[in-house]
Design a binder for this molecule. Structure first.
Ligand code: FCB
Length: 457
């Protein structure tokens, strides 16, 4: 059997997020988040569920850390729930909430697992949303204070920090498409939100560095390689627009290039921005956002193939089409396209030159249940991960400074608007008993980590 080796210091990990696994929604003084409110609003989550209990990780974190250790996992990306720290977003600190993460971090370090902490994985305190959420500059300011307090408390032990997870989802899914909390459908609000999220990142990076000496700080973007459905000029233009909407709108300002001018023009033309453009930008904001980071995190799940729409007034709303047969989709309805990861890593490396990259999420939803023997034979997930690991390794051969890879996810968990119907875990969670069963993919991953190599056949 041939294998593809990875560099010795390559960081293999798994990722989770607070609202998706913790549960204990009202415990130890935790405040309400926009996801509590949203998931309890009828019709918002497909199966009518919420994160009140989830994987009960808040109570079972020691067991989960031991599980990771037994799987040979050495790096863990998790997120901190802002409403556990500041139940109303700012002001009164809730020490028991902060203490929880202190215990988690200590348990990780004791198990030889390096913590990668994400400060914002979507659970905004509801009180801040009531003031307008990310459409308001004051939310960015509150985020900086929250980051300061967390970094001051954990920064002696946590040396890898991620400010935001997927600003595209926070702003576009949350404020424009309305599929995520807070559930608005307002393009102008979404664009304002995107700016304040990025601004809060730029403001927080130096603060985290000063509170956590020697730490590395970055941001995670979800990026989607885009290609035209046909060689037509219209499909090329649809692809340009989609790439601008999804990727460049976030990459460009983070790497010091301002918001892409073609997109500002498209948004003005479509009425998504007033003729003056993005008016929430204040002098100095773009320099703040362009703060040099130690790494960029990329979450990769799929590509987009674009076809221009036939409706002229909707020129700026290209349609995504599927060219791959349904058998090559995961249960999320996402096409399996490993080579997109290679392309994406190379493109980001060549065009933006981040100092270092991590794949901070990649994984697949397959619901394969335990068999009569109790084993979860999730072969499709193994093939998915293997092919994506290989694609990442190929990108590294092309010079990409990829330092690590986090599989989404350690556990089956609450998949946002899809509820518990989607299972991304390498560990099966029986929600009724909270029993964890490592799937075959977890056992396979353990051998990848211990060999530091991926079998290619
Ligand atoms: C990403 C999210 C993560 C998870 C995966 C499937 O967009 O960051 O929380 O839901 O998708």
């Amino acid at each position: 059997m041939s294998t593809l080796r990875f560099p010795n210091e390559f960081a293999w990990g798994v990722a989770t997020s607070s609202y998706q696994i913790e549960g204990a929604a009202t415990e130890d003084g935790r405040g309400e988040s926009i996801w509590d409110r949203f998931s309890k609003t009828a019709g918002k989550v497909e199966d009518g569920t919420n994160g009140d209990v989830a994987c009960d990780h808040y109570h079972r974190f020691r067991e989960d850390v031991a599980l990771m250790k037994s799987l040979g996992i050495k790096h863990y990306r998790f997120s901190i729930a802002w409403p556990r720290i500041f139940p109303t977003g700012r002001g009164r600190l809730n020490q028991p909430g902060l203490d929880f993460y202190g215990r988690l971090v200590d348990a990780l370090l004791e198990a030889g697992i390096e913590p990668f902490a994400t400060l914002y994985h979507w659970d905004l305190p509801q009180v801040l949303q009531d003031e307008g959420g990310w459409t308001r500059r004051s939310t960015a300011e509150a985020f900086v204070e929250y980051s300061r307090v967390v970094a001051r408390s954990l920064g002696d032990r946590v040396k890898k920090w991620i400010t935001h997870n997927e600003p595209w989802c926070t702003s576009m899914l949350g404020y424009m498409e309305g599929r995520h909390a807070p559930g608005l459908k307002d393009y102008r609000a979404a664009l304002a939100a995107s700016h304040h999220v990025l601004l809060s990142h730029g403001l927080a990076v130096p603060v985290i560095r000063s509170e956590s000496p020697g730490a590395e700080v970055g941001i995670t973007l979800n990026l989607v390689p885009a290609e035209p459905a046909s060689p037509s000029a219209a499909d090329h233009d649809a692809t340009r627009h989609f790439d601008g909407f999804f990727n460049r709108w976030f990459l460009d300002p983070v790497f010091g290039r301002h918001y892409p001018a073609d997109m500002v023009a498209d948004y003005i033309a479509a009425g998504h921005l007033p003729p003056e453009g993005l008016t929430v930008v204040q002098p100095g904001d773009l320099q703040t956002i362009a703060v040099k980071c130690d790494f960029l995190g990329i979450n990769y799940y799929n590509r987009a193939v674009l076809r221009s729409t036939a409706v002229p007034e909707a020129r700026n709303e290209p349609r995504k089409v599927f060219v791959a047969p349904e058998k090559d989709w995961t249960e999320m309805g996402w096409e399996v396209y490993p080579d997109g990861l290679r392309e994406l890593l190379l493109r980001v490396h060549l065009e933006y030159r981040p100092r270092k990259l991590y794949v901070t999420e990649n994984g697949a939803s397959y619901s394969t249940p335990p068999g009569a023997d109790g084993r979860v034979k999730d072969e499709k997930r193994i093939a998915f991960l293997r092919d994506h690991f290989i694609a990442a390794r190929r990108a590294m051969e092309g010079g990409v400074p990829l330092a690590g890879y986090f599989v989404w996810s350690l556990l089956d968990n609450f998949e946002w608007d899809r509820g518990y119907s989607q299972r991304f875990g390498i560990v099966w969670v029986d929600y009724a008993s909270q029993q964890r069963i490592p799937k075959d993919s977890a056992l396979w991953y353990r051998s990848v980590i211990s060999e530091n190599a991926v079998p290619t056949v």
